[in-house]
Write a protein that binds this ligand. Structure first.
Ligand code: IFM
Length: 472
């Protein structure tokens, strides 16, 4: 990747990396932790590639000090991690378990001691199984339980963690968990996609209120979405309409109530044959529409759609896994396409322009709201060479291109405050198990040895200099 000039970031720009509890921790039966929906799902034959589970993952639970030293060595100034709900509140109800809270308190302290800002996500998809047994996110009760959990964790860790995120990518929880079923809990119920999306939104609003009631001054509350830059394949009215419908289901179903305090009318109409939305109660959208301190954006690739030609069955290649069931409610007549050009190991196209596009959209639609790229990165088939070194030039090029895209948005006025590379470590990539490597640090899943890849050294240099070189 070559650019004409070096790009300098503001001195207070936050340079971080991100992980999530079930993807790295292991230690699934320790300290009173009970199963989450991902324990159940990954132990169900046929759900995860090669029968992989998060039982051991990167064994981060036992290797926290090593991982903290790794982060410090790379010069990260922030680390985004998530809390395993069933580790701190085993059944999703009642009091917290001290050992669970201690694990995250020690992690936060270890970060602070090394000058790394802890950025805590309360929910990255690992719902306590007991709450799923009671109905899961399609039930309103789960949103109330989430608020109690947020209160417990906020009270315990608010003295050392300032940056809080309620949910990570609620679209994946609702659409992949309850629509296509490729994620836990593996249900395939179109109306549950809408019900769970609403209860995740409501859970966010209630959790935000709970956090604000316990966090000391300076505590910041955010939510991380995975908005899509949805593009029509042509400018025909049918393709443009297809893009509008997917935009409603992936983006505006969240940003509508979060940022404007209402669900978009077109979304309600598009999905009317599946649901009357009577699960939205009076006052809910007011609860969801809480002031935010920032918005987290996870970006990997853009989405290209078209209307299905009359008489032709729609094929779905939306990059979200193979399933006979669609995560897209009432969209059987919409096709997803891959862009020509380079792909990552996930089959996702490499197109940083989508990131600039999204940042400019939020700059317009949520003026004054600081933005963070809370995830961006790529999976490649990284292997150690004969000397044990791991060279990953494709990842360097990917991150270089996307950081340039962030910088371009900032030049055009977007208030972007930080960037978190996904991911610190190779880890459990959900339904793909350990087959996809997103880490800037290689993990040998037999020995659990960590080896920083060349991208880690490169990113470390970017952080140290606060600037993106013209060339990689
Ligand atoms: O690994 C995931 C992460 O858990 C959520 N965002 C996308 C990543 C890559 O698929």
């Amino acid at each position: 990747m070559t650019e004409s000039h070096t790009r300098t970031f503001p001195p207070d720009f936050v340079w971080g990396s991100a992980t999530a509890s079930y993807q790295i921790e292991g230690g699934v039966r320790e300290g009173g932790r009970t199963p989450s929906i991902w324990d159940t799902f990954s132990h169900t034959p046929g759900k995860v590639l090669a029968g992989d589970t998060g039982d051991v993952a990167c064994d981060h639970y036992h290797r926290v000090t090593e991982d903290l030293d790794l982060m410090a060595g790379l010069g990260l100034n922030a680390y985004r991690f998530s809390v395993s709900w069933s580790r701190v509140q085993p059944t999703g109800r009642g009091p917290a378990v001290q050992s669970g809270l201690d694990f995250y308190r020690d992690l936060a302290d270890g970060l602070l001691e090394r000058g790394i800002t802890p950025v805590l996500t309360l929910y990255h998809w690992d719902l306590p199984q007991e709450l799923e047994d009671a109905g899961g996110w399609p039930e309103r009760e789960t949103a109330l339980r989430f608020a109690d959990y947020a209160h417990l964790v906020g009270e315990a860790l608010g003295d050392r963690v300032q940056m809080w995120t309620t949910l990570n990518e609620p679209w994946c929880s609702s659409s992949l968990g309850y629509g296509s079923g490729v994620h836990a809990p593996g249900r395939t119920e179109p109306e549950s996609v809408l019900r769970s999306a609403h209860h995740l939104n409501l859970g966010h609003g209630l959790a935000t209120q709970a956090l604000r009631s316990v966090l000391p001054a300076g505590g910041q509350v955010s939510i991380t979405l995975n908005p899509a830059a949805v593009r029509p394949r042509s400018d025909s009215a049918a393709d443009v309409n297809a893009a509008r419908r997917i935009d409603a289901l992936q983006n505006r179903i969240y940003t509508g109530p979060l940022l404007q305090g209402a669900y978009p009318e077109d979304l309600l109409q598009d999905t009317a044959r599946v649901s009357d939305w009577s699960f939205v109660k009076d006052g809910d959208t007011r609860i969801i529409h809480q002031p935010l301190d920032s918005l987290g954006i996870n970006y990997y690739c853009p989405t290209l759609v078209s209307a299905t030609a009359p008489g032709k069955a729609a094929t779905r290649n939306d990059g979200h896994g193979a399933s006979a069931h669609s995560p897209w409610v009432a969209c059987d007549d919409i096709e997803f396409h891959q862009y020509p050009g380079p792909l990552t190991e996930m089959g996702w196209s490499i197109d940083p322009t989508g990131l600039t596009e999204l940042l400019m959209r939020f700059h317009r639609e949520a003026p004054g709201l600081p933005l963070y790229i809370t995830e961006n990165g790529a999976a490649f088939d990284d292997k150690p060479d004969a000397n044990g070194a791991v060279h990953d030039p494709d990842r360097i090029s990917y991150v270089h291109g996307h950081l340039a895209a962030v910088h371009q948005a900032m030049e055009q006025g977007a208030d972007v405050r930080g960037y978190f590379l996904w991911s610190l470590l190779d880890n459990f990539e959900w339904a793909y198990g350990y087959s996809k490597r997103f880490g800037m640090v290689h993990v040998d899943f037999d020995s659990l040895q960590r080896t920083p890849k060349s991208s880690a050294q490169w990113y470390s240099g970017v952080i140290k200099n606060g600037e993106l070189p013209a060339q990689v």
